[in-house]
Structure formats: C-alpha cells, structure tokens
Design a protein around this ligand. Structure first.
Ligand code: NDP
Ligand code: 8X3
Length: 252
C-alpha cells in the first residue's frame, strides 16, 4: 500500500523538491501552501508523472484555526499519514536587532515556530496512535550557528532545533522518528522572500560560488525517510562546500 506524506510549504523550493522525490518513490501526498494555483499544478504534474494521488490543503500555518480545521477535515482516506515534513518557513529581513522590523519578527516567529507547532499538534496524535511515523523538521544552519543580522531568524531556527530534540525524546516511546535537517545556502525563493521581493539583491546571495539546490535537500530527506524502522537519522547539517560555516562563503 502506498504511504502518505504531508508536506508544508510545498509550492516552492525545498518543499516542492521533496514532493517530487517522495512522489517518484510512490508516496501519495498532502500538499500544503498558501498559493493554491502552485500546489494544484504540482498535484496534477505528480499524478501525470508518477501516478500518485495528491490532496491539496491551502492554509496559512500561522493561523491556528485554519490549520486545525484543514487537518481535522481531512477525508478518511487521507488520514493515515506516515511522514510529516515541517518545511514551511521563511527569513524576513536581514538587519541588526536595533533596526529590526516588528512585522518581520512576527512573520518569522509565527511561521517557523508557531506554524510548525500548530501543524504538528494535529498530526502527532495520528502517528502516536499508529505506533510509527516520521517527522522531518526543516531547521537551518541558522539553528546551529548565529550570524550578524540573522538574529530573529536564527532564534526561530534554534527553536526548531530544540523542538526537534524534545519531540524525539517524547515520541520515541511511540515508535515515531524525528529528524532535523539543517541546510546552509540553498537557492530557492528564500532570499527573494528575505529581501521582500528584491530579486536583484537575492541573486547576489548566490553569486560566485556553487550553492545547494533544493533537490540536494530533498535527496537527504528521502535517505532519512527510507531507512529501516530501527534506524533514525537524528539530524543532518548540509552545507555548500564553499560555505564551511554560516558566515563564510568562499566566492570566486
Ligand atoms: P521558499 O521560499 O522557496 O519556499 C518556502 C515555502 O514555504 C513555500 O512553499 C511557501 O509557500 C511556504 N510558506 C511560507 N510561509 C507559509 C505559511 N505561512 N503558510 C504555509 N506555507 C508557507 O524557501 P525554501 O524552500 O528555501 O525554504 C523551505 C524551508 O527551508 C524554510 O523553513 C527555510 O527556513 C528552510 N531553509 C532554507 C534555506 C535556504 O537557503 N533556502 C537554508 C536553510 C533552511 P506559500 O508562499 O505558497 O505559502
Ligand atoms: C537559510 C540559510 O545561511 O541564510 O536558513 O541562514 S542562512
């Protein structure tokens, strides 16, 4: 029987690449994002390419009631979830803490921390009752190190790191695995979002070195998901070769 994975933030970047690789391995998918047109198109493409079914759930992970209603109203055939990929997230702004914008701070805290918690809250009971399942939390190198002007983004990703460790302790008795994936610079829409739509500024982030691509992270996620039940990959830090630590990028 095909397994079911629930991916938040599946309309772009790492989430979309994860949908591709899981679909190519026979997973049926619950695809979440706010951009309905994107996930609906992805659902059709994955059906055509790999013959898997996708169920689109359009909601904003920051809104508790939307999250609760969407997950609680899943049709019966979509409730038997095996894998949750908590991927939806963003950096908003890159400024010293004394110049920080309140809207940026709230967007990051509400999405990266509270959104991850809201989604997990309604899916955990399913995995716990089954006595199996796998949660993949997308953290960041910003959750392992702190860099100048990253302040609140780094804090939210440190929270993802801590929550992943806590979840692992509390869910292991129920046979539920928890893996945290911490990437360095991956070229996606991430920097366009961070710079509030300034594509020129975003492009510069990736100039002069070989950045990671979303498929690199998706392949690592698939490796973790595809281990035997006895094996859990607790965490992976995945960096561009040119970026040995968060704050150093060796550019040509
Ligand atoms: P993208 O901007 O390309 O994709 C982000 C995804 O998250 C989109 O699908 C977006 O969909 C979704 N999303 C954002 N906010 C919400 C929300 N409130 N509700 C639902 N979905 C939302 O970025 P990445 O693919 O790079 O980012 C994915 C994850 O990886 C994030 O958690 C990010 O912090 C992390 N990460 C990224 C790195 C990078 O360098 N790119 C490195 C380390 C970690 P929509 O807008 O349609 O809602
Ligand atoms: C995204 C990578 O280096 O901008 O999480 O923090 S970085």
């Amino acid at each position: 029987m095909n397994k079911i994975a629930f991916i938040t933030g599946a309309s772009a970047g790492i989430g979309e690449a994860t949908a591709q690789i899981l679909a190519s391995n026979g997973y049926h998918l619950i695809l979440n994002a706010r951009r309905k047109d994107r996930i609906e198109k992805l659902a059709i493409d994955l059906k055509n390419q790999f013959g898997v079914n996708c169920h689109c759930l359009v909601f904003d992970v920051r809104l508790h009631t939307e999250v609760k209603n969407a997950i609680e109203s899943l049709p019966l055939e979509w409730q038997n979830i095996d894998v949750l990929v908590n991927n939806a997230g963003l950096a908003s702004g890159l400024a010293p803490i004394y110049d920080g914008d309140l809207n940026d701070w709230e967007a990051m805290i509400d999405t990266n921390v509270k959104g991850l918690l809201y989604v997990s809250k309604y899916i955990l009971p399913i995995l716990k009752n089954k006595g199996s399942g796998h949660i993949i939390n997308i953290g960041s190198i910003a959750g392992k190190e702190v860099y100048a002007n990253g302040n609140v983004y780094c804090a939210t990703k440190h929270a993802v790191d801590a929550l992943s460790k806590g979840m692992r302790i509390e869910l292991a008795p129920f046979g539920v695995k928890v893996t945290a994936i911490h990437p360095g610079a991956v070229e996606t829409e991430f920097s366009i979002v961070r710079f509030h739509g300034d594509e020129e500024k975003a492009k510069k982030v990736y100039e002069g070195f070989e950045n990671l691509v979303a498929a690199d992270i998706a392949e690592a996620i698939w490796f973790c998901v595809n281990r035997p039940f006895r094996v859990n990959i607790n965490e992976l830090i995945i960096m561009p070769t040119a970026q040995p630590i968060a704050s150093i990028i060796n550019r040509k």
